[in-house]
Design a protein around this ligand. Structure first.
Ligand SMILES: Cc1cc2nc3c(=O)[nH]c(=O)nc-3n(C[C@H](O)[C@H](O)[C@H](O)COP(=O)(O)OP(=O)(O)OC[C@H]3O[C@@H](n4cnc5c(N)ncnc54)[C@H](O)[C@@H]3O)c2cc1C
Length: 332
C-alpha cells in the first residue's frame, strides 16, 4: 500500500491501526493529544476476554483475530518480542455468584479457540465459575511495544491536541471517548473506570466477575504488579482517582484473593471507557474545498473491550483503505 494516512489517537486502537497500516506499506502519521501511556488504554487491566466482546455483529470475529495476534506475540522467544510486548497467556477464572456455572453465551462461537472448564466454589462468595486460558496484557509494556513497532515500520507519533479532525487525505479516527466531540457522535459516552495497582506477592492466575453494567471485579496479575478493579461509573468524565473507590477496590480484591492482604498499594489509575451501542467502524467520504477526496475512517466506541478487539478492527481498517485506494478517484 502506498500513500499517506493520518491516524488520530495513540491508544491501543489507534496504535494497532497505525502499525497494521504502516506494515502494509502506507506512510502513517499518528497525531494524539495524549501519548500512549497517558491514555485510557494505559489504565486497562488488560484481559482478552470474549465474554465481554462476543456480541452481535463483527465483535466475535475481531476478538478472534486479536487472539491470533496476541498468541503470536506471547509465543515469541522471550528474549525477542514476546517479553517486550508484555503479552502472557494465563489461566484464570470467570466467576459467577450462582451455584451452577452459567454456560457462557460465547462458548459455542469460540469453542475451537478457547475451552472453558466448569469449576465449583472457585473463590469466597462465588458459587461457580469457568476456567479459561487467555492473553493477559501488561499495558505498561504493550503500548511502548506497539509504538516501537510503528516506528520500525516507518510511522511517526506526534503529540497534538486537534480542535477538529484533519480535513485532508485519509484520516483514521481512533479518538476513543473524544469521538463524541470530534465526530459529533452523541452515542459515545464515558464510563469512568478506576483500578488500583498492587505489588504482586506471587499470584499468577486472574479472576474476573462481570455483572454489567455497574459491577465489575477483576484481579489481573502481571510479572511486576497486580491490577485490581474496577469501577463502572456511567456518564462520569472525571479522570481523578477517588479515595473511597480505591479503598473499596483494594478491600474486595483482598477478600477475593487473600494472598493480596500484605501487598503494597503502588498506585491508582482511571480511564474513560468509550462506550457506544456498537463499535463504529466505517468510511465516511467528506469532500472539502482543500481535498475533494478527503475520507474519514472511524474506529471508536470499543467500551470495555478495546484491547480484546484492536487487532481485528485494525485489519478491517487496512481492508477499508485498500478498497478506497483501489478507486482511481481516490489517490493517496
Ligand atoms: C480500568 C480499565 C480496564 C480495562 N480493562 C480491559 C480489559 O481487561 N480488556 C479489554 O479488552 N479492554 C479493557 N478496557 C477497555 C479498553 O482500555 C478501551 O476499550 C480502550 O483503551 C479504548 O482504546 P482507544 O484507543 O479507542 O481509546 P484511548 O485509549 O482513549 O485513546 C484515544 C486517543 O485519542 C486521542 N485524542 C482524543 N482527542 C484528541 C484530540 N482532540 N486530538 C488529538 N488526539 C486526541 C487521545 O489523546 C488518545 O491518544 C479497560 C479500560 C479501563 C479504563
Amino acid at each position: 500500500m502506498e500513500g499517506r494516512i493520518t491516524v488520530v489517537g495513540a491508544g491501543v486502537v489507534g496504535l494497532s491501526c497505525a502499525v497494521r497500516l504502516a506494515e502494509s506499506g502506507a506512510e502513517v502519521n499518528v497525531l494524539a493529544r495524549d501519548l500512549p501511556l497517558e491514555t485510557t488504554s494505559a489504565a486497562a487491566g488488560a484481559l482478552w476476554l470474549a465474554a465481554i466482546a462476543a456480541r452481535p455483529g463483527d465483535t466475535g470475529r475481531w476478538a478472534r483475530e486479536t487472539l491470533t495476534e496476541m498468541r503470536r506475540l506471547a509465543g515469541a522467544e522471550p528474549e525477542t518480542e514476546g517479553a517486550g510486548a508484555g503479552v502472557r497467556i494465563r489461566p484464570g477464572t470467570l466467576l459467577f455468584r450462582a451455584e451452577a456455572a452459567r454456560h457462557p453465551a460465547w462458548d459455542d462461537d469460540l469453542a475451537d479457540v478457547i475451552r472453558p472448564d466448569a469449576v465449583t466454589r472457585p473463590a469466597p462468595g462465588f458459587g461457580s465459575g469457568v476456567r479459561l486460558t487467555v492473553p493477559l496484557v501488561d499495558m505498561s509494556r504493550y503500548l511502548p511495544y506497539l509504538t516501537s513497532r510503528l516506528r520500525a515500520a516507518g510511522g511517526t507519533l506526534t503529540r497534538l491536541a486537534l480542535p477538529a479532525l484533519p480535513s485532508r487525505g485519509i484520516v483514521v479516527n481512533c479518538a476513543g471517548v473524544a469521538a463524541r466531540a470530534l465526530a459529533a457522535d452523541q452515542e459515545v459516552r464515558a464510563v469512568r473506570s478506576q483500578v488500583a495497582v498492587l505489588s504482586n506477592p506471587g499470584i499468577d492466575e486472574w479472576y474476573w466477575y462481570d455483572a454489567e453494567p455497574d459491577e465489575l471485579l477483576c484481579v489481573l496479575p502481571h510479572d511486576r504488579y497486580v491490577v485490581v478493579g474496577c469501577t463502572q461509573d456511567d456518564g462520569d468524565w472525571s479522570v481523578l482517582p477517588d479515595g473511597t473507590d480505591a479503598r473499596r477496590l483494594v478491600g474486595q480484591a483482598r477478600r477475593l484473593v487473600p494472598a493480596l492482604e500484605g501487598a503494597e498499594v503502588l498506585g491508582h489509575r482511571v480511564g474513560l471507557k468509550p462506550f457506544r451501542p456498537a463499535v463504529r467502524l466505517d468510511a465516511e467520504p467528506r469532500p472539502t474545498a482543500e481535498d475533494p477526496d478527503h475520507v474519514r475512517i472511524h474506529c471508536y466506541g470499543h467500551g470495555g473491550s478495546g484491547v480484546t478487539l484492536a487487532w481485528g478492527c485494525a485489519g478491517d481498517v487496512v481492508r477499508t483503505v485498500h478498497e478506497l485506494t483501489a478507486q482511481p478517484t481516490l489517490p493517496i
